[in-house]
Design a binder for this molecule. Structure first.
Ligand code: HEC
Length: 156
């Protein structure tokens, strides 16, 4: 095989790989997942914008009204439901992230830590800081914002 031909084949192979990569990228783009912020937003944390997608993607698959009984009986669809944990201590203690089990379960080793989030994409860094700041600032969560199972989200 002459050098010219070999070079062309290499070039075609590289282009084919790039093309496949672009197609895959475009397809995952169709899932319309929000992109995670790379830094903690300045100013007060906006629940709808910064916390809602985080909770939906990482928690609502299990902690919704249908599946809650199998998942620690924790329903995270509304603030009221999240605060209403029966005999268990509250999972959200406004102003106190270190006392909020919504945070502490994410930092503990154990069954829950392994299950969650179901992807290898654990909550840490910026996303953890967003959750902590949101609770520190009072864990505002407008009654009109109801969280749903991620499969029900058409648009973020
Ligand atoms: C794959 C399913 C699954 C996902 C996703 C999930 N959890 Fe859980 N969660 C469970 C199960 C199962 C339990 C109960 C088991 C246990 O006691 O550890 C539980 C229990 C909990 C509890 C303790 C409830 C209580 O009142 O004692 C908290 C708090 C909690 N989850 C928070 C979260 C948060 C926050 C997220 C998202 C960041 C999340 N979970 C995502 C399955 C899940």
């Amino acid at each position: 095989m002459n050098t010219m031909l070999r070079r062309s084949i290499t070039l075609i192979a590289v282009l084919a790989i790039v093309a496949v990569f672009i197609v895959i990228q475009t397809q995952t783009g169709e899932d319309n997942l929000p992109t995670w912020p790379t830094s903690v937003p300045a100013g007060k944390i906006d629940f709808k914008k910064n916390v809602r997608p985080l909770l939906i993607i990482n928690c609502l698959e299990c902690h919704n009204s249908e599946d809650a009984p199998a998942n620690g009986n924790l329903n995270l669809e509304t603030r009221e439901l999240a605060m209403n944990t029966g005999n268990n201590p509250p999972i959200l203690v406004p102003g106190k992230p270190d006392e909020s089990r919504l945070i502490t379960v994410l930092t503990l080793e154990g069954i829950h830590q392994q299950a969650m989030p179901p992807t290898p994409d654990k909550i840490w860094g910026v996303r953890m800081e967003i959750l902590r700041r949101w609770i520190e600032e009072g864990a505002d969560w407008p009654a009109s914002v109801r969280l749903v199972h991620p499969r029900e989200i058409k648009e973020w």
